[in-house]
Design a protein around this ligand. Structure first.
Ligand code: DHE
Length: 517
């Protein structure tokens, strides 16, 4: 890419000196000349990320202009300010944010063609190639330079680091034996990594703009939820495509982005919610699943009088409000969800209807929810993206037990069965540098941690035994700051490049009540 863009040939000099008004019309040509090699001639991405409005939603225009002008540290993105005029840079940014018409497609053929087998699994060791406890490994996603680090959770030291796809998002998902971990990137790439051999095994591009992925409780299936195209994509455990399910209503009149998909292991199914239409889908991976037809709720591929197999086919529950963000009870039979506007409801997946309203204010972040036993009842707590509070809800009657006031709006909440504490950040507020520690019995803040004033501190994950809590100093020159989970004192710091999240193998595969699922 450098070779293509750095030399200031005559063509580039001409482009740089052109008047501003000519730039817009020439944006496609500028794009092909300077950007296409990395970002794809169709803007769907390549070595660099996709440059489409859907994928750039989170990037402010000013930031995009700066990136074109100055490049991006620790990536292959070079600076263009010496080659392009301000008008051309602005035209390129406008072009990247302009919709592609008609909308780009990503077909079954594209998915299949994108698959890469990096190593033959038969050549891999059936045992870990290192001494660390494979059940107490941490997978750390370093968003700063798009890498992943693997930590030994006993010694609290890194044992491996590798380059990831651009902009991984959401929690990576583990196979039930903890050997494989699957990552999803915002640009649609799924990566299967062998934690025992420390190798990327296979990759596939499931979509153009992906929401998240889930792995089935039996380890046989992987499902991706997409915004673009609007669909769910089912793979086997080796990332071979099985089928694509378009996110359309039964009558085909409505279509929707998929909010997210999760594995509901006790039900042997995936559960997905739709962002733009009021439907929850359940896709069973139980081969014994009974045929889908109840005459009331229409199902995918439903034809008059014909029932389709329940196995690997979606069963829909029609609601009155869509679910954008959601959380399951421990049995996975009930889903607490909020719409984009924050309106809350509880849906029972067996009754297949709303069973309760949820009275919540602000913008609760149910996806951050954790549960614990409080005075003999199970409570669920989650952060709020708009208000400085953690809301604690009784999971029997769905009534709020308490709002614990925090320093500011927060994103993540974490605990562990063996810890009396839960940690919450305030990263959406000026107090982004402070973690607060909640006593789960008293439902009160008992301590504040502010190790580096002014620098964002967020996202905790505990070791397998709950003895240590690892927090992210969420900066390019950041770190994992490790706290003793009893004394709440700092015990160690490991330098990391913006460690956006970290995930403990044991806590994930045992579905610890204190962490995300
Ligand atoms: Fe996330 C998880 C949605 C913005 C970091 N985020 C998730 C999940 C969803 C979600 C549905 C659960 C996926 C899973 O684990 O299967 N995130 C959203 C949004 O709707 C939102 C607000 C807007 C968007 O752009 O999509 C959003 N998320 C962000 C960020 O800006 C964060 C802070 C930085 C980043 O890297 O994008 C961010 N999201 C995370 C992280 C997780 C996550 C670290 C995994 C949490 C976990 O511990 O499991």
């Amino acid at each position: 890419f450098w070779l293509l863009s750095v030399p200031l040939g005559l063509g580039a000099l001409w482009l740089a000196s052109r008047p501003a008004h000519a730039a817009d019309a020439n944006a496609p040509a500028l794009f092909q000349q300077h950007c296409a090699a990395c970002h794809g001639a169709d803007r769907l991405g390549g070595m660099g990320p996709a440059l489409l409005p859907e994928n750039l939603e989170r990037l402010r225009k000013a930031e995009a202009l700066k990136t074109i002008r100055e490049g991006r540290a620790a990536t292959q993105m070079p600076a263009f300010k010496d080659q392009l005029s301000e008008a051309d840079i602005a035209a390129l940014a406008d072009y990247a944010y302009a919709p592609v018409n008609p909308k780009p497609t990503w077909t079954e053929k594209d998915i299949r063609a994108s698959r890469i087998q990096h190593v033959d699994e038969k050549t891999l060791s059936p045992k870990p190639v290192f001494k660390a406890d494979p059940m107490n490994l941490f997978v750390v996603v370093e968003g700063g330079d798009h890498h992943v680090s693997i930590l030994d959770g006993d010694k609290l030291e890194p044992i491996h680091r590798f380059q990831s796809r651009y902009a991984l998002h959401g929690g990576p998902k583990f196979s039930p034996d903890g050997r494989f971990v699957y990552f999803a990137s915002r640009d649609g790439w799924l990566t299967k990594f062998d934690l025992w051999n420390l190798k990327v095994v296979a990759e596939v591009r499931a979509g153009i703009n992906t929401r998240n992925a889930a792995v089935s409780g039996d380890g046989k299936y992987v499902m991706a939820a997409n915004y673009l195209p609007q669909d769910l994509v089912l793979f086997d455990a080796d990332l071979n495509l099985i089928k694509v399910m378009e996110a359309k209503s039964a009558d085909g009149k409505e279509s929707s982005r998929v909010s997210a998909v999760y594995d509901a292991a006790p039900r042997k199914s995936f559960v997905a919610a739709m962002k733009d239409m009021p439907e929850v889908w359940e896709i069973s991976y139980d081969p014994e699943a009974h045929p889908i037809y109840d005459g009331l709720v229409h199902d995918y591929q439903y034809k008059e009088g014909v029932s389709v197999p329940g196995f690997l086919n979606p069963r829909r529950t029609r609601l009155t409000d869509p679910l954008d963000d959601f959380f399951f009870d421990q049995s996975y039979s009930e889903v607490m969800g909020t719409s984009r506007e924050g309106k809350g409801q509880v849906v029972n997946l067996d009754a297949r209807r709303k069973v309760s309203e949820l009275q919540l204010s602000g913008m609760p972040h149910l996806g951050s929810g954790i549960t614990w036993n409080w005075q003999g009842r199970t409570v669920m707590a989650s952060t709020n993206l708009k208000e400085g509070k953690v809301t604690v809800i009784d999971m029997k009657d769905w009534k709020p037990v308490k709002d614990i006031v925090t320093r500011g709006a927060g994103f993540f909440l974490r605990s562990h069965e063996n810890s009396r504490y839960a940690f919450v950040d305030s990263m959406m507020s000026p107090a982004k540098d402070t973690l607060q520690v909640i006593d789960k019995d008293k439902l009160e803040i008992v301590k504040e941690l502010k190790p580096v004033p002014g620098k964002t501190l967020a996202h905790i994950e505990f070791t397998k035994d709950g003895r240590y809590a690892l927090a992210s100093l969420w900066e390019m020159d950041g770190a994992l700051i490790i706290y003793d989970a009893r004394t709440l004192e700092e015990v160690k710091r490991l330098p990391m490049k913006k460690p956006v999240g970290k995930y403990n193998v044991w806590n994930k595969i045992t579905r610890s009540e204190g962490t995300s699922h």
